[in-house]
Ligand binder design. Structure first.
Ligand code: PLP
Length: 438
């Protein structure tokens, strides 16, 4: 029997952390009101609460117009379509992100071009963008990942110089700010997700924000089966789909938006306290802060564990041990998309991958992004944001558990355990054994 819970020792944390999602009377009342109104859907578009929420949400981030849609993946697809991305156009995407950032590019028969992330932020490395541009590049799609922002100053400069559109994936960044501008408002579009685990949620849901009326009108038409937009100044006509959000979801989101600032403040304070404690532990590394990121948004708290500092102990062992100390955590939260089993790209389904080439483009063999690969497979540790919505004692327990695992790392050498096996699994394999989260 060892000291660590995974080897039979006492568990650090037995109490559950704060529950997620958070709801209360406000959500209950709002939902009942929609129920009684019998006006549940997204049609007529934009429906009352959906539109009210979308405009509030846009304004909250400093954009002129907002559109609530069915989920975050669709939000990205809508932005690309509204931006006029056409078959064969190239879109710069970070290699390290959720597959849902990239799928919409392919669905429009455009070509994703993977660029590595910055080791200091895990967000798209702006220093590598220009080398990846071709005459076909039309847009850059930075993702403000986990708890940091991509360098929007540099991305803006490159976009202006090369006449590229900027579509921000803000699925992790609700309420965050870059130079006091809200997430999604520095670029041409901001795309958000309200999926269950996100900082605001209606179970599923998404939003697109923009300050350009032509873009906004085109997005509305695309989302509402091709119908004319509410203002129809530009007379866009295109084949659209039904990507509308329901009034039931929008009602929850209004309440969730009200909760966001207080929750963000609490999370931020608790994460700072955790980092102060973790910084005392040798072998851990941290993402850098950027003063231009004037308001934090932290979807997950992310730090790095350096296997070489722990005698080569793999990250999966570190995480399995931490999980058994009662701390929910993850490592392979994302994989470099071009390598992920959730990205089984068949070039015959996406003709643009073959245009102008002898062989179809195969991202799996074409790309090698070392920072993304190291983050995904070796060093990153992700702690979900709801762990930080509770007390200082909760955060103290997280810190104590990490300290304990690091101090007793030799107990993990050569250890086999189902919790370690789970941590080494990809997100494709895991749902078979995982219990419901969120
Ligand atoms: C970075 C990123 N982009 C896009 C999405 C897609 O959002 P959704 O799950 O709402 O479709 C997600 C959410 O899972 C995400 O984390």
């Amino acid at each position: 029997m060892g000291k660590l819970a995974i080897t039979g020792g006492k568990v650090v944390r037995t109490k559950p952390f704060a529950a997620w999602p958070v709801y209360g009377r406000q959500e209950e009342r709002a939902l009942l009101k929609v129920l009684a109104s019998r006006n549940w859907g997204g049609y007529p578009f934009p429906n009352t609460i959906a539109d009210r929420f979308a405009q509030k949400f846009a304004k909250f981030h400093g954009a002129k117009y907002g559109l609530a849609v069915s989920n975050g993946t669709v939000a990205i697809q809508v932005a690309l379509k509204a931006a006029g991305i056409e078959p064969g156009d190239e879109v710069i995407v970070p290699a390290y992100t959720w597959e849902g950032t990239v799928g919409p590019v392919l669905l429009l028969n455009a070509v994703p071009v993977f660029v590595d992330v910055d080791p200091d932020t895990y967000c798209l490395d702006a220093r590598l963008i220009e080398a990846a541009l071709t005459e076909k590049t039309r847009a850059v799609l930075p993702v403000h990942l986990a708890m940091r922002f991509a360098d929007m100053d540099a991305i803006g400069r490159i976009a202006r110089k090369h006449k590229l559109l900027v579509i921000e994936d803000c699925a992790h960044a609700h309420g965050g700010r870059w130079r006091n501008k809200g997430a999604g408002a520095s670029g041409d579009f901001g795309c958000f997700s309200f999926q269950s685990s996100k900082l605001m949620t209606s179970g599923e849901g998404g939003a697109v924000i923009t300050s350009n009326l032509a873009h906004y009108e085109r997005a509305q038409t695309y989302v509402n089966c091709g119908r004319a937009s509410t203002t129809d100044r530009f007379g866009h006509r295109l084949i659209g789909f039904n990507h509308r959000i329901t009034e039931l979801q929008a009602a929850i989101l209004e309440a969730q938006l009200d909760r966001l600032p207080k929750q963000a403040e609490k999370r931020q304070g608790n994460m700072e306290y955790l980092e102060k404690r973790l910084r005392k532990i040798p072998g851990l590394d941290f993402l850098k802060r950027d003063k231009r990121n004037t308001r934090g948004a932290a979807y997950q708290y992310v730090f790095k564990s350096r296997a070489e500092a722990f005698g080569g102990t793999p990250r999966a062992s570190f995480l399995g041990a931490l999980e058994l100390e009662g701390i929910p955590c993850d490592g392979m939260f994302y994989e470099p998309v071009y390598k992920s089993a959730l990205f089984p790209l068949d070039p015959s389904e996406f003709p643009a991958l073959s245009w102008g080439r002898k062989e179809p483009l195969n991202p799996r063999t074409k790309y090698h992004c070392p920072v993304s690969e190291r983050a995904a497979y070796e060093e990153s540790v992700w702690l979900p944001h709801h762990l930080f919505l509770g007390s200082c004692k909760d955060v103290g327990d997280i810190a104590s558990a990490v300290e304990k695992v690091c101090a007793n790392i030799e107990e993990l050498r050569g250890l086999k355990h189902p919790a370690i096996e789970k941590e080494a699994m990809s997100r494709v394999e895991r749902p078979r054994i995982e219990k419901r989260q969120y």
